[in-house]
Design a protein around this ligand. Structure first.
Ligand SMILES: Nc1ncnc2c1ncn2[C@@H]1O[C@H](COP(=O)(O)OP(=O)(O)OP(=O)(O)O)[C@@H](O)[C@H]1O
Ligand SMILES: [Mg+2]
Length: 260
């Protein structure tokens, strides 16, 4: 889509995320081939597409995990050139990865604070403030409904998929993120856990956050999303407001049998 400079300035201002003409290559594989993507303020965008469509690559381009070979990214009105997910996190982007990048051998509290650990003491005598971290993590995780965990110093090995997602969402709430990215959050969850995670997405939106919700399943994410972006073979295939579609139609679009 060709737009004027004036239109572009407006789009950057009115959206939390504005990505234009994004290309990402892995060797000779072109994973993203000129993708445009936006997320509004306080908007939930369902990012859909078949296996290998480029969904994960797109959000990893946004949060600095993947380097882009061309294109532009703006976040919250500013040109964003994050060189790592840690950079993106300090700017307000909290990501829960598809492979649930929690560090299994670390405690729940350490995973909650990952990269933002609290310390006490001074100068060369700084120690991790484990007690305070346990307290804060425990309180924040209770708020997102994580009730059954025994202790914050336990490692995350034993947590279920839903509980792992809840840690990411609790972290976003506590650290005041502006954007929460959930990559296939319900892929391995039971029905009850799926409902819980989707409810947390609703609450995140009510709390003022924007959310990118990646999924294969149009039925699952339809309710909580405001808009859908469908990727196909590394390109933007459709961009549809919720009121202009329904889950049955979205399935056809994802499969490439219907153009919208
Ligand atoms: N690190 C990598 N090295 C090489 N190719 C990669 C790498 N990461 C992704 N790709 C390729 O880029 C394309 C897009 O992959 P991506 O993981 O973004 O798809 P996806 O839409 O998230 O799929 P899924 O629904 O299976 O998670 C695929 O062809 C994939 O094989
Ligand atoms: Mg993926």
């Amino acid at each position: 889509m060709i737009i004027t400079d004036e239109q572009k300035t407006k789009l950057i201002k009115n959206n939390l995320v504005y990505m234009e003409n994004i290309r990402v290559k892995f060797g000779r594989v072109v994973a993203l081939d000129g993708v445009d993507f936006t997320v509004g303020y306080n908007e939930v965008v369902g990012l859909l597409g078949d296996n290998g469509a480029g969904k994960t690559t797109l959000i990893k381009a946004l949060n600095g995990y993947n380097q882009i070979s061309s294109g532009n990214i703006y976040f919250d009105g500013r040109h964003a050139d994050f060189s790592s997910p840690k950079d993106a996190r300090s700017a307000g982007i909290e990501t829960a990865y598809q492979d649930l990048a929690l560090v299994n051998i670390m405690s729940i509290a350490r995973n909650f604070f990952m990269g933002r650990e609290l310390r006490k003491g001074f100068a060369f005598f700084k120690f991790l403030d484990k007690r305070q971290m346990n307290k804060i993590a425990s309180r924040s995780l209770k708020e997102v409904g994580l009730k059954n965990i025994r202790a914050m110093h336990e490692t995350v090995n034993f947590l279920s998929g839903g509980e792992r997602q809840a840690i990411a969402i609790g972290r976003a709430n506590y650290f005041g993120a502006k954007l929460l990215i959930l990559d296939e959050p319900t892929a391995a969850l039971s029905v009850t856990e799926t409902e819980w995670v989707l409810q947390l997405v609703k609450e995140a939106k009510e709390g003022g956050l924007s959310v990118i919700l990646i999924s294969h399943n149009a039925y699952e994410v339809y309710d909580v999303s405001d808009r859908f972006v469908v990727l196909q073979h590394g390109k933007t295939y459709a961009n549809i407001k919720k009121e202009d579609t329904n889950p049955e139609e979205l399935i056809e679009v994802i499969a490439g049998r219907l153009e919208k």
